[in-house]
Design a protein around this ligand. Structure first.
Ligand SMILES: O=C(O)c1cc(=O)[nH]c(=O)n1[C@@H]1O[C@H](COP(=O)(O)O)[C@@H](O)[C@H]1O
Length: 240
């Protein structure tokens, strides 16, 4: 499993073209880059882009948030795992049989010594409690819903979950410290909140126990992405 020695800062490459993606990674040019290729970039550039990034020694999180019948996600997970990536996502809302199928697919597709981490999306960080209650139809608090999915993910063989930083302590207390938490919705002081609802600063996310911080627009849309990346790293390094 590719758990260890991954950079805890994941850059979300939410850009339209490979050219823009390579422009950004070339500018930042850090030795241990860990980037997220999401729907926009993967759907436009495909697996070829993943292979090209890998050739540069970059670690890759492919975030396609799988959510379909078990047989379909199993095949998708197998194909993704065969690309030599380090992390992938699936929606916990698909239920146990689907989550177990992703795990099976990953094990089938991955090489023996290296399988990607599988993390389950709990409640999107753009979702408020009101939206979850009134539109999605899940009653109660966000924390309770997120914890429910975290427990389901763990008992279905996933390595961790994607959640908001504030929810990390409860998940770690319940599922154990080795159950991985990946937290988007990260905003360094002074940056725009955009469409995110459940936010945290890089320092707060680390202090709350988050294992991986996902940062997109605060870096990729900054006037100076290199300075923005370095500022986040500096902020993270200040947390003892
Ligand atoms: O699975 C994810 O990565 C994800 C889950 C979630 O709940 N919220 C969330 O924002 N993300 C992703 O994290 C990234 C956040 O981007 P920024 O808001 O620009 O930092 C985007 O690529 C989202 O697709």
């Amino acid at each position: 499993m590719t758990t260890h020695k991954l950079n805890p800062l994941i850059i979300a490459l939410d850009v339209a073209t490979g050219r823009e993606a390579f422009g950004l990674v070339g500018q930042i040019n850090a030795p241990d880059l860990f980037v997220k290729v999401g729907m926009q970039l993967f759907y436009s550039e495909g697996p070829a882009l993943v292979h090209k990034l890998r050739e540069q020694g970059i670690k890759i999180f492919v975030d396609l948030k799988l959510h379909d019948i078990p047989n379909t996600v199993k095949g998708a997970a197998e194909a993704l795992a065969g690309m030599g990536i380090s992390m992938l996502t699936v929606h916990c809302a698909g239920g146990r049989a689907m989550l177990e199928a992703v795990r099976e697919g990953v094990e089938k597709g991955a090489s023996l010594d290296e399988r990607p981490l599988i993390v389950g999306v709990t409640q999107l960080t753009s979702t408020t409690e009101q939206v979850m209650n009134e539109e999605i139809g899940i009653p109660g608090s966000i924390e309770k819903a997120v914890l429910h999915y975290a427990c389901l993910a763990q008992s279905s063989g996933l390595d961790g979950v994607v959640c908001a930083a504030k929810e990390v302590p409860l998940i770690k207390r319940t599922c154990g410290s080795s159950f991985i938490t990946v937290t988007p919705g990260i905003r360094p002081a002074g940056s725009k909140r955009h469409d995110q609802a459940r936010l945290a600063s890089p320092q707060d996310a680390l202090r709350l126990g988050s294992d991986f911080l996902v940062v997109g627009r605060a870096i990729t849309q900054a006037k100076d992405p290199v300075a923005a990346y370095q500022a986040v790293i500096k902020e993270m390094n200040e947390v003892v």
